[in-house]
Write a protein that binds this ligand. Structure first.
Ligand SMILES: [Zn+2]
Length: 668
């Protein structure tokens, strides 16, 4: 059975620093010399592919990466304008001051290690296990639910509970490792051994820069401790199995269930009341971690805490520490020597990380006019109606399950462009020229803001912490039952409020419908209309679903591993079918005009095929085929072969390579 983590992110695309270039307008790149029925992907995209070049050092370029680059440029300009304008709006002023302070590396250098002194002294003063537990509580960091691998020994993610949809729970997740995976510590493979050696050297360098003697000896001990922590970690497969992570513990349960540490001291220092309800995702890491708090040498713990403290704040510490962190990251990624520092980009990324919401508000004001949201809402309304009709007539779902599916669709909250409310940064004091203090206060502000949710009912309109309007991204979160599409994604070439409806439905519309369909597939089966964990299909529903998918998996074997990509391809096809019907519905019975020599029907399918256009190296394509649950671009485009209306739109006949002679795949 397929079971996955709580937040399902499809095509989540961060605002980043990808390649430059403007988004290609719709219908450019069509190569009319290719017969659509033989190679629809080529027909829709070959001319674009021939006119496009891979940016230097990139393994691929596609509409998403182009949008990411565009959004990144806009964010850079918005932040620069905020700095210049000295805006009276408090949030804008704060983010501008934050950015400017991050760029003031002279001030960072002048302060040296002084900003760390109080915290390093507090660690040095730890005299017993109770004080150690408190220090670990103070060092607890937030997790946003996307990686579930906290930097601190355990991380906390405040999110809806598995069984109580009206209240937030404190999800406790394993953490505490400086290398990305437990295998980096435990595997005898030569490449893992090499990573351990790099990490040990990094720990030693950081401790030495922090003024510690015998840094090599200390580094070896810290690595040993982290190796012991790694042994307590659950596997990725177990973490992805939500039924294994569904472990409700009260704060007062910890002392009996995970003996060895002073949990009262830990929770008090972490700002958590004893009555807090926790979801303990990996109980083994809590039990094992508590034992290590009792058993591992106190001095080793103190070195561990000191190292991670310095390492965590490396970006706002003097240059030798900043450079070491950058060099270590590069060495670990196999990109040695590291690229030259780019202080402007680093300051921008840091400001985005802290003020993602405030920047999103600026982005929306500049680039997402009310008519864009209204047009997207109108499209969504048609898609919802078509979904409702299709669900009501879905043969492979039993009548009682169909009723539950309809209720789930009705309850789905969709955020288009931006969230309904914005973060108030008033309690967060930003001080000019104090990059270290700003980071530390910002983290404390966000930590308190998250923990405060534990005392409030769930706000279903809140966006996931890792998603902001200025990103080009979409998330379907099955718990709560919500979906978000960013303003940075709802723009050309995917969506143009002033553009062609056929293309909007074929591109962004198919994307919206793709995500919604996941609510009703084998993954969506894990959570009900309120986002409560629990399977809501009958055994027969599941059997029917799998049987219905089998022919598509067989068709997809021609593109790679059919079984690996069939779930996402089924969502692609659902998106295509639902968006197509919704497009027809939007016309209200009137014929669409011919534009650029293409009928509306043709433009719909061309937009669908162009949605996936990508230029990539052979190695990148091979890697995708081996690891990705999404089909390669040509395969995603050519799913149109399963739609009769596509045959009709392009006159596809028996004998054409993509023509489906017999039974077409049908699940939606
Ligand atoms: Zn998907």
């Amino acid at each position: 059975m397929l079971r996955i983590r709580q937040a399902l992110a499809c095509g989540l695309l961060m605002a980043g620093t990808a390649s430059a270039g403007a988004p290609a307008s719709l219908h450019t790149g069509v190569d009319a010399s290719i017969r659509p029925g033989d190679d629809f992907y080529g027909y829709a995209n070959r001319a674009w592919m021939q006119a496009t070049q891979l940016p230097e050092g990139a393994s691929s370029i596609d509409s998403s990466s182009i949008l990411r680059a565009l959004n990144a440029r806009r964010v850079r300009d918005l932040v620069a304008a905020a700095v210049k304008a000295r805006s009276p709006t408090p949030n804008v002023r704060k983010l501008a001051d934050y950015y400017a302070s991050r760029l003031d590396l002279t001030a960072v250098e002048a302060r040296g290690l002084a900003p760390l002194s109080p915290d390093l002294a507090a660690i040095a003063a730890i005299a017993d296990r109770k004080a150690l537990a408190a220090a670990l509580g103070r060092s607890m960091r937030l997790d946003d639910g996307s990686n579930l691998q906290a930097e601190s020994l355990w991380g906390i993610w405040v999110h809806q509970g598995f069984h109580d949809p009206d209240h937030y729970a404190a999800h406790l997740v394993q953490g505490g490792l400086g290398l990305p995976e437990p295998d980096d510590y435990l595997s005898p493979a030569p490449d893992r051994l090499a990573r351990r050696a790099l990490y040990r050297a990094h720990i030693a360098t950081v401790l030495k820069a922090g003024g510690f003697d015998q840094s090599d000896v200390r580094a070896a001990r810290v690595l040993d401790l982290e190796t012991a922590i790694a042994r307590t970690h659950a596997s990725r497969a177990d973490t992805d199995d939500v039924f294994k992570t569904d472990n409700g513990w009260q704060g007062i349960d910890f002392a009996a269930r995970a003996p060895g540490m002073d949990w009262a001291a830990f929770f008090a220092a972490a700002g958590l009341a004893p009555a807090t309800l926790f979801v303990v995702w990996q109980p083994g890491s809590v039990i094992g971690g508590a034992r290590l708090v009792a058993d591992a040498p106190l001095d080793t713990w103190k070195d561990y805490l000191s190292f991670h403290l310095i390492d965590h704040y490396a970006a706002v510490l003097p240059r030798n520490i900043r450079d070491e962190r950058r060099a270590f990251d590069a060495r670990l990624a196999g990109a040695s020597p590291p690229p030259p520092p780019d202080p402007t980009q680093e300051a921008l990324s840091a400001t985005q990380a802290m003020f993602g919401d405030a920047i999103g508000r600026l982005y929306v004001a500049h680039y997402f006019p009310p008519r864009a949201r209204a047009a997207a809402e109108a499209m969504l309304a048609n898609i919802r109606i078509v979904f409702r009709d299709r669900l009501a007539n879905l043969r492979w779902l039993s009548p009682e399950t169909r009723a539950k599916a309809l209720a789930k669709l009705a309850a789905l909250r969709v955020g288009l462009g931006y969230p309904e409310s914005w973060i108030d940064y008033a309690p967060f004091a930003v001080v000019c020229g104090d990059a270290f203090g700003n980071l530390k206060r910002g983290e404390a502000f966000e930590y308190r803001r998250q923990l405060a949710k534990l005392r409030r009912p769930v706000d279903p309109d809140q966006w996931p912490g890792q998603l902001h309007p200025q990103m080009a991204g979409a998330i379907l979160d099955l718990s709560p039952n919500s979906m978000e599409f960013t303003a940075g994604l709802l723009q050309p070439p995917y969506f143009d409020p002033d553009g062609d409806a056929a293309s909007n439905y074929g591109s962004a519309g198919a994307g919206l419908a793709h995500e919604i369909s996941h609510s009703f597939d084998e993954v969506g089966n894990l959570y009900d209309a309120k986002g409560r964990l629990g399977l809501w299909w009958t055994e027969e529903d599941l059997a029917h679903y799998r049987a219905a998918l089998a022919p598509l998996a067989a068709q997809l074997d021609a593109c790679g591993h059919g079984k690996q990509i069939v779930g996402e391809s089924s969502a692609d096809l659902a998106g295509l079918l639902v968006a197509h019907e919704a497009y027809r519905r939007s016309l209200g019975g009137k014929p669409d005009a011919v534009k650029n020599g293409l009928t509306g029907e043709q433009r719909f399918f061309v937009a669908f095929a162009q949605r996936w256009r990508r230029l990539q190296t052979d190695a990148s394509l091979r890697r995708q085929i081996e690891t990705d649950t999404h089909a390669p671009p040509a395969c995603r485009s050519n799913l149109v072969r399963n739609v009769t209306a596509w045959d009709e739109a392009f006159g596809v006949r028996p004998g054409d390579k993509l023509y489906q002679p017999t039974e077409r795949f049908r699940i939606w």
